[in-house]
Design a protein around this ligand. Structure first.
Ligand code: CTP
Ligand code: CA
Length: 227
């Protein structure tokens, strides 16, 4: 039924969505990751497909089923996500990076299980590529690039800084200290920062509804760009 009710306002467009955490292996049994459930990204992919877009979903490991009618590309590490996203990027009109990419990975991956020594252990990490920043450098004037940020403090300052530093069209930020916002919840409370210092504050809502609100902004931005 939702399929019949959804407006087909994204028909003809390709939407590339990233979702979930990345995993950075230490050894065959251990990894460094983060608390992303993938729910926000999957809701975006589902909503965009319902609205008629061709959807490519590049996802780190989650407990979720891929939504119907999306091209699903599973990845594990930030490096793999970087490769898949840059491959699909050229054909995408709208790119939404909801994934929680690990900022660092262990400098070496042990092929054998690391045994405990009982001593203090130090893990050396190296930075992962910033996928979104790279897309911001490559983006054409026809493409819309949307980032996410989960923050615990100074949300407005960090959000505006990421929007400009990564050359984004929209930045969707949420304060993960608010009950009902962020990781693992089915709901979210987001602030959508736009290119002209404007911000839209959305109340607590279902992640599917948040997804449609973000896509409404995408449609608006495309219309305003086309004059
Ligand atoms: N991102 C990315 N590649 C990375 C890190 C982040 O593509 N290596 C993207 C995320 O998918 C998200 C946005 O950048 O859309 C913001 O992620 P965030 O972690 O909030 O920003 P960082 O630049 O990593 O800054 P910090 O973690 O220090 O807040
Ligand atoms: Ca980060």
């Amino acid at each position: 039924i939702s399929k019949l009710l959804a407006p087909h306002d994204l028909a003809g467009l390709t939407v590339l969505v990233t979702a979930g955490p990345t995993r950075e292996s230490l050894d065959p049994v251990r990894y460094i990751s983060n608390r992303s459930s993938g729910k926000m990204g999957y809701a975006l992919a589902r909503a965009a497909a319902l609205r008629g877009a061709r959807v490519i979903l590049v996802s780190g490991p989650t407990a979720l089923e891929p939504p119907p009618d999306v091209e699903f590309i599973p990845v594990e590490t930030a490096d793999q996500m970087f490769n898949e996203v840059t491959r699909a990027f050229g054909g995408a009109d709208v790119i939404i990076k909801a994934a929680a990419v690990a900022d660092y990975r262990p400098v070496t991956v042990s092929h054998q299980k690391i045994k405990k020594s009982g001593q203090e252990m130090i893990i050396e990490l190296v930075p992962n590529p910033d996928i979104l920043a790279e897309l911001g450098r490559r983006k054409t004037s026809q493409q819309l690039l949307i980032g996410f940020a989960a923050e615990t403090n100074n949300l407005e300052q960090y959000a505006r800084e990421k929007l400009s530093r990564k050359n984004l069209d929209l930045l969707v930020a949420n304060d993960i200290t608010m009950p009902g916002a962020g990781f693992d919840y089915d709901t979210n409370i987001v602030r959508i920062f736009g290119p002209h210092d404007e911000v839209e504050d959305l109340p607590l809502m279902d992640k599917n509804t948040v997804a449609h609100k973000i896509l409404d902004r995408v449609i608006e931005l495309r219309k305003s760009r086309q004059g």
